[in-house]
Write a protein that binds this ligand. Structure first.
Ligand code: GLN
Length: 556
């Protein structure tokens, strides 16, 4: 057996730096995106939440494509550089949109969609390939270092998120003391994001040949034609082989599911595509006749966990939409005497991950040493419970705010702290759980299913964000128009035709949004939606833990 070296390969730090700059670019842009769409491009909050959910969802759908292209044609390295370049181009296109909107609004809106499309494509090439390279850095006998490696990598992700959510709002989100926003500075935030992506891509380009190599000096993630398969387990088939009939049935199932989501459940095309492809792929794999009973049960565990974490991401990703709107319009952002830009409030997630990731992994190590570490699904149920708790606390703090009161920013900080504790229970271990449970030949496809469940969570986040009730500034705006918005919403008065036009121009809805047939009257009810969804998901998952444990057949 080959000796294992202490410490981590230098390549890990190259991947750390590359991912750090990429996440700077992604999260820095995410901080500004919905505010930019609403206040510069004059699109309603509701619509912007839907765009945001679709964008994030597609970012987690395209990794399937990126993984496929990498496996068959380009290899990890070229995909990372291609993805990085595309994302930088996307950010510069956003910069153009944010520079031109005042002269030509329609054109700026078109540029927004082009930019988001290019970023989605770039992310699809980048994200799966950089994560799988972390795994490839370690030879078979050093795979036990993977959990720590992924913890370090997760820190890189969040150092980047933290920096991006600091710099981009700092230069791209200016609100004066009277609460008036300078819509002309968003562009600097997008420019900073694009530059960060360029730095990341160039860093990787320059350092890859020296550091991202095997102990023998062979390039990792090179073109597939140049790869040597020394890392494969003996006797195991490497590729999934589906029959043509199975593929045809899957194609048909995809069409039926997509159509059902669109026409029966009223989902837009993008959301229908995401939900439909996730379910189809899951069905295609589980119905494969080559699976043994144990393999099939383990895959079912992946599916069950994937289903439950949809609710986690749907709640978590409110950060970039409804929570940012609340930070913008109904929060006292005085932070030790400084008025924090609204888009910066999300920074606490990245900050808390950086502070807490290592203590958390030490905690798991300690529990493991005492044989007390909960199994993965139990940790995931805990993650869901924590996120439900975070919204429960906020719900009670907004209960008496009325339509013009302000929430103290400390409550949002607390919300992000609790959500981060939840994230650390659920997210870093999710990928490694899939890695451990998946039969080799289906591994990358099952990662695909897992990513698609993230994508579905983001799509649901868009739908849920869009039911955000009117916030303070909309009540104030309605008052300027001479309308008592509360009375209108309660159908106690009917606005005149002229007032209706003005309300529509200001993107103020005169009806309560509904979710699953319930009208959402105020912020309290809005937050309680997340408490109920995530709370129920958590309890159900906890109840399933003993069954799942059996189905995992020895994997923890
Ligand atoms: N915050 C992490 C990242 O950006 C995890 C996101 C996720 O898995 N959905 O990579």
């Amino acid at each position: 057996m080959t000796e294992t070296k202490p410490g981590h390969p230098k390549g890990l730090y190259v991947l750390f730096a590359t991912e750090m700059w990429e996440r700077f670019n992604f999260y820095g842009m995410r901080a500004l995106l919905t505010l930019f769409i609403v206040s510069a491009l004059m699109i309603s909050k509701e619509q912007s939440s839907i765009i945001y959910g679709g964008f994030l969802g597609l970012c987690y759908l395209t990794p399937m494509l990126g993984g496929f292209v990498s496996d068959r044609f380009l290899g990890n390295r070229y995909c990372i550089m291609l993805g990085g370049t595309l994302m930088a181009i996307g950010q510069f296109t956003l910069f153009a949109s944010a520079s031109l909107f005042s002269g030509n609004l329609e054109f700026a809106r078109t540029l927004l969609y082009i930019a988001l499309g290019v970023i989605i494509l770039g992310n699809g090439f980048f994200k799966p390939n950089i994560s799988s390279m972390v795994g490839s850095l370690y030879p078979k006998q050093e795979k036990n270092k993977l959990d720590t490696a992924f913890t370090i990598f997760y820190m890189g992700i969040n150092c980047g998120a933290f920096l991006g959510q600091f710099i981009c709002p700092m230069i791209g989100d200016h609100v004066d003391a009277a609460g008036v926003r300078d819509v002309f500075v968003f562009k600097w935030g997008f420019l900073a994001a694009g530059s960060a992506m360029l730095i990341g891509t160039v860093t990787f380009f320059l350092l890859k040949d020296k550091y991202v190599i095997t102990p023998e000096g062979r390039a990792i993630g090179d073109l597939p034609s140049r790869n040597v398969s020394s890392d494969f387990e003996e006797g195991e088939s490497q590729k999934a082989n589906f029959s043509n009939t199975a593929l045809a049935v899957a194609g048909l199932a995809f069409l039926c599911l997509g159509t059902t989501f669109h026409f029966v459940f009223g989902q837009n095309y993008i959301y229908s595509l995401i939900y439909g492809s996730g379910l189809t792929l899951a069905g295609l794999i589980i119905s494969d006749s080559s699976l043994t009973k144990v393999e099939r049960e383990r895959i079912l565990v992946i599916y069950i966990v994937s289903f439950f974490i949809i609710f986690f991401w749907a709640a978590f990703e409110q950060a970039g939409s409804s929570l940012t709107f609340i930070a913008d319009n109904q929060t006292d952002r005085n932070f030790f005497g400084w008025n924090m830009p609204p888009s910066m409030v999300q920074i606490f997630n990245g900050l808390f991950v950086v502070i807490l990731a290592v203590p958390f992994s030490l905690l798991w190590d300690k529990l493991r040493a005492n044989d007390k570490e909960p199994i993965s699904p139990a940790k995931q149920a805990m993650g869901l419970l924590l996120i439900a708790l975070s919204y429960f606390i906020i719900a009670f703090n907004v209960k008496d705010l009325g339509t013009s009161g302000l929430l103290a920013v400390k409550w949002l900080v607390l919300l992000y702290l609790i959500q981060t504790l939840g994230e650390l229970c659920l997210s870093p271990i999710g990928l490694s759980l899939v890695g451990k449970l998946a039969p080799k030949r289906f591994a990358s496809l099952l990662f695909g299913v897992f990513f698609l469940s993230n994508a579905s969570g983001y799509a649901l986040a868009g739908t849920l964000g869009s039911i955000l009730p009117a916030t303070g500034e909309q009540f104030a705006k309605a008052k300027e128009i001479g309308v008592d918005l509360q009375a209108v919403l309660d159908k106690a008065v009917t606005p005149t035709a002229e007032q209706l036009t003005k309300l529509a121009e200001s993107k103020i809805s005169i009806n309560y949004a509904t979710f699953a047939g319930f009208a959402i009257h105020n912020l309290f009810e809005f937050f309680m939606v997340f408490v109920v969804l995530c709370g129920m998901a958590s309890l159900l998952l906890f109840a399933l833990v003993p069954t799942l444990k059996k189905m995992m057949h020895g994997v923890r």
